[in-house]
Write a protein that binds this ligand. Structure first.
Ligand SMILES: C[S@@+](CC[C@H](N)C(=O)[O-])C[C@H]1O[C@@H](n2cnc3c(N)ncnc32)[C@H](O)[C@@H]1O
Length: 277
């Protein structure tokens, strides 16, 4: 059932089918109504003098607004670049930032990353990819990692949050995924097709409220294959773990006695080693 979200500021005018999740305008899933722990960590890293962050797939800007608030609170110079293909998302973010007097440190790009827009080499301190990688194939993710690596300054960080196969609507996919993952990590799969690519998501969404709010392609991932791909690109992985959050009942799923709906990774572009003369 679709209802207008009346109580979740600043998203009060926007649609929300699930508590805590705001519908995107372009059927690209949901935006979190509140910044999560990874967004907060990203914001803390960005809110230092002179730092430049980028929020790829920002939607209406939950993470970007949090970064701007932290920059203002700490009175630091810096910038956040928010990227999303939806004009509605970007317009709302600009409006909210302006209303809160936070727009001076905001740059927006209405674009698909990395096809329509990229960043100059070694110019960005931190890049957030929060819940967007599930729209991309493994090959596209490998490409995105290369482009992000190039854009980051040495010592810069990539922050990733994505959706695992351990969610209620994918229960029937878990065995297939785990068999694929074993082959993938042992490199027995010659084409190296990523283990969680699903071509026909609607097949699994028959009863779910997520139906009609997502494209038909979905890529579920665990920390393992993302960590492998990050290392292959040259990143030093600092964190790679399963996580959870208060998802609605129809998303939550207890797997092996724990909740593992999300995969969270933080990785660093190494700083060059300085040789003694
Ligand atoms: C599921 S929402 C996540 C929003 C927010 N980052 C969060 O974690 O709550 C995905 C967002 O990514 C955007 N998006 C999808 N593919 C993208 C791409 N290649 N480049 C930039 N944005 C993209 C969509 O328009 C949508 O707003």
């Amino acid at each position: 059932m679709t209802k207008t979200n009346k109580d979740t500021k600043p998203w009060k005018d926007l649609e929300s089918t699930e508590e805590g999740l705001i519908n995107t305008s372009n059927k690209q899933g949901y935006m979190l109504a509140e910044p999560d722990d990874l967004m907060k960590e990203f914001a803390e890293f960005c809110a230092k003098d002179g730092r430049v962050g980028a929020d790829i797939g920002c939607a209406y800007g939950v993470a970007t607004l949090h970064v701007l608030q932290q920059m203002e609170k700490k009175k630091v110079q810096g910038k956040i670049i928010a990227v999303d293909p939806s004009k509605k998302h970007i317009a709302k973010l600009q409006e909210l930032a302006a209303t809160q007097g936070l727009d001076k440190q905001l740059e927006t790009r209405c674009a698909i990353y990395p096809q329509d827009t990229t960043f100059k080499p070694s110019t960005i301190d931190a890049i957030l990819l929060s819940r967007i990688l599930h729209f991309l194939t493994g090959k596209q993710i490998e490409e995105v990692f290369k482009v992000v690596f190039k854009a980051l300054k040495p010592g810069g960080k990539i922050y990733i949050s994505t959706i695992t196969p351990y969610i209620a609507c994918l229960v029937e996919f878990v065995d297939e995924y785990e068999a694929n993952l074993k082959r993938f990590l042992k490199k027995q799969n010659k084409q190296q097709t990523w283990p969680g690519e699903i071509g026909d998501l609607q097949k699994y969404l028959k009863k779910s409220s997520q139906k009609n709010q997502n494209p038909n392609f979905f890529h579920a991932m665990s920390p393992a294959e993302l960590q492998q791909a990050l290392k292959k690109t040259g990143f030093q992985v600092e964190l790679a773990e399963f996580s959870t959050r208060p998802y609605p009942d129809n998303v939550q799923y207890e797997h092996n006695g724990t909740h593992q709906e999300d995969a969270i990774l933080i990785a660093k572009k190494p700083t060059p080693v300085r040789l003694m003369e």
